[in-house]
Design a protein around this ligand. Structure first.
Ligand code: DGL
Length: 261
């Protein structure tokens, strides 16, 4: 089973991408809705939560872990690799590889939570691939609550997105990484505000592609995984909002199981 976790709802964008690219695999999702958001918390706190979430998914039978949350992927991987020596995927490097391949002028913009932007991880990883690249990052803390309120097309959201993207537009980025689980839901507005020639990189699609590639290249692991196309959803706090967004994103009703970590 593929175990996927996020700080809450946003990781369902990764679930959707994994269901599209690996429809046969069983999935267990854990959304840490009781402790969300991660994006405004310290690196230590987020790394501790990520370790507990991973342990929980392993206890449910996951053999491959996907850290859907950008904030956790930014600050927790060292700790997670120490705790589990099996395959763990994060969302940063797949998005970086996609961005570097897509960017002609090597002027890359990154948007994410404060935890992600402050970690500097996207800049470091991009410069590892392309030392001459120019990387411009903006923390966009208001976007997560706007998405969770379902304000996907409101004029206020357009205005805030425009304001956040202005410094990146001025720097003439040619590629923009959506470095947060929630931002794919604002992709249309983001594309409109940053300009239609800028390539948008969705980290959920990027990580799903990596997991697919891994399964295709590691038949001994792939064969041992359950493949009934079943998905189970666990949350640390059951909320109507989670059910609503899940229905909207996955286009079906899901059963939530409450777990206290
Ligand atoms: N899942 C988080 C991320 O991708 C966004 C929500 C939060 O701050 O917890 O960074």
């Amino acid at each position: 089973m593929i175990g996927i976790f996020d700080s809450g709802i946003g990781g369902l964008t990764v679930v959707k991408a994994i269901m599209e690219q690996l429809p046969e695999y069983d999935i267990a999702y854990f959304g840490d809705t009781a402790r969300t958001p991660y994006g405004s918390k310290s690196a230590d706190t987020v790394a501790g939560y990520a370790a507990e979430n991973t342990e929980f998914l392993l206890s449910k039978g996951a053999r491959v872990i996907v850290v859907a949350c950008n904030s956790a992927s930014s600050v927790a991987m060292e700790r997670l690799h120490k705790a589990y020596d099996g395959p763990i995927f994060e969302v940063i490097t797949p998005a970086v590889e996609m961005a570097v391949a897509a960017s002609a002028k090597h002027r890359i913009g990154v948007i994410g939570t404060r935890a992600t932007v402050n970690s500097g991880i996207y800049t470091r990883e991009i410069l590892k691939c392309t030392p001459a690249a120019k990387v411009y990052s903006e923390a966009c803390p208001l976007l997560v609550p706007l998405v969770e309120e379902g304000w996907l097309k409101k004029p206020e959201t357009r205005m805030i997105v425009k304001k956040y993207l202005l410094p990146l537009k001025v720097r003439q980025v040619d590629t923009l990484i959506l470095g947060c689980t929630h931002y794919p839901l604002l992709k249309t507005i983001i594309q409109a505000k940053i300009g239609k020639r800028v390539k948008i990189i969705d980290s959920s699609v990027a990580v799903a592609g990596k997991v697919r590639q891994f399964m295709d290249q590691q038949p001994e692991i792939a064969e041992a995984m359950a493949k009934n196309g079943r998905a189970r959803f666990f949350v640390s706090d059951v909320t109507a909002q989670f059910e609503k967004i899940a229905r909207f994103l996955l286009k079906k009703d899901i059963n939530l199981t409450h777990v206290a970590l």
